[in-house]
Design a protein around this ligand. Structure first.
Ligand SMILES: Nc1nc2c(ncn2[C@@H]2O[C@H](COP(=O)(O)OP(=O)(O)OP(=O)(O)O)[C@@H](O)[C@H]2O)c(=O)[nH]1
Ligand SMILES: C[S@@+](CC[C@H](N)C(=O)[O-])C[C@H]1O[C@@H](n2cnc3c(N)ncnc32)[C@H](O)[C@@H]1O
Ligand code: SF4
Ligand code: SF4
Length: 338
């Protein structure tokens, strides 16, 4: 197949593929999979519904022919999927792919970091919302302290993986942790990204007044540190980055609520059971798994993906209102892939 450039209805190219490899998780973060709703009886996808690694690789190759340069593995907790390094190895063999990354809560990294690196993974984004054990245990809904995640960060660095830290900030929950987290990451040479709490899915009871905006976080940082802006690395970069003037360590903001970035959104998402989603907030998935399982050729699959992408008009965060946040049919982040 010849390589193509595919654009959506708003002229945005297809550049990224975020693959959810599993919808299960060992945490129950309040803002993502609240324990009361994702209880022991919750119907997660059975194994037979999941795309196999061979199917994921095949689709990834097709996406790369359509212009995808960066693949991110996510979930749920991607390291709960058996033998994930095998998938990384398959994806690393795709020549035109520039970047493969993983987003994880970090707990299983001491076990897998070296294997992932050996399989070709370049970098990991690790989520950590607090350095306070009790608060972190409350947020992750499983009373897990910070040590397992800190060990995961250490293991990733030791294996030679690039590491960034993601912190979702929710008002009244962990906004007191902004400065301690900033100080910790600055001292350890880790890029921290503050993520504005989003109205993903319909289980987290999101309210606009619980969002701590970039502006508010920046004001706090400015009282303690001296920062300067950093130019974006590439078109459509999600995080707005700054660096500490004294040691050049970077810090970023993911401002989906206060300064949306839909106009340059080049991200497609593939759920663990083979549905393509064109926006984190668009609950209407397009089947690709069953079509592939009928014996469709690469060309036919490719045409189908082009059709979905050409028809894409999503710009939810640009248009968000409190009413939309409350009423729109949305899909859980653990399923679609965060
Ligand atoms: N609204 C919105 N949020 C996004 C989008 N892409 C990523 N995010 C959110 O940004 C946060 C961090 O995402 P990561 O998985 O670390 O990925 P990234 O920011 O693309 O990572 P880098 O490639 O390292 O810059 C998560 O909460 C994502 O859900 C997007 O297209 N729209
Ligand atoms: C859904 S998780 C999946 C990967 C992995 N389990 C993890 O936590 O890193 C991906 C990212 O989404 C973020 N996230 C989840 N729910 C969110 C929300 N309501 N608002 C903003 N970010 C959220 C998480 O903090 C994490 O950084
Ligand atoms: S944010 Fe990640 S670790 Fe937390 S519940 Fe969601 S998928 Fe699990
Ligand atoms: S809200 Fe949708 S269109 Fe906007 S940046 Fe996020 S995923 Fe892209």
């Amino acid at each position: 197949m010849t390589k193509q450039m595919v654009k959506d209805a708003l002229n945005r190219p297809l550049r990224d593929l975020r693959i959810s490899v599993i919808d299960r998780c060992n945490f129950r973060c309040q803002y993502c999979m609240p324990a009361e709703l994702f209880g022991p009886d919750f119907a997660f996808l059975p194994k037979s519904e999941l795309l196999t690694y061979e199917e994921i690789e095949r689709l990834a190759r097709i996406f790369v022919h359509l212009g995808v340069e960066k693949i991110r593995l996510t979930g749920g907790e991607p390291l709960l999927r058996k033998e994930l390094p095998l998938l990384v190895k398959k994806l690393s063999s795709i020549e035109e792919l520039k970047d493969i990354a993983l987003t994880t809560n970090g707990v299983l990294l001491p076990k897998y970091a070296q294997e992932l690196k050996d399989a070709g993974l370049k970098r990991v984004n690790i989520s950590l919302d607090s350095l306070n054990d009790e608060l972190f245990g409350q947020i992750n809904g499983r009373n897990v302290g910070t040590q397992p995640v800190l060990d995961g960060i250490k293991a990733a660095k030791k294996a030679g993986l690039g590491v960034k830290i993601n912190m979702v900030v929710k008002k009244g929950l962990n906004d007191t942790e902004i400065i301690p987290m900033a100080q910790f990451c600055k001292d350890h040479g880790l890029q921290l990204r503050f993520i504005e709490y989003m109205d993903v899915g319909s289980t987290n009871g999101w309210k606009m007044d619980e969002v701590v905006t970039k502006k508010e976080i920046f004001q706090q940082l400015n009282e303690h540190f001296s920062l300067e802006p950093v130019d974006p690395d590439y078109y459509g970069e999600v995080a707005k980055r700054y660096r500490y003037v004294d040691n050049q360590v970077e810090v970023g903001f993911i401002t989906s609520v206060s300064e949306s970035f839909c106009s340059s959104c080049t991200r497609s998402r593939l759920s663990a059971n083979g549905q393509i989603f064109t926006c984190l907030f668009n609950g209407n998935g397009h089947d690709i798994r069953d079509f592939m399982r009928t014996g469709a050729s690469d060309e036919a699959i490719s045409e189908r993906i082009i059709k979905f992408w050409n028809g894409r008009t999503d710009r939810y965060s640009d248009e968000r209102t409190a009413e939309m946040a409350a009423n729109r049919k949305k899909i859980e982040m653990s399923y679609i892939g965060g």
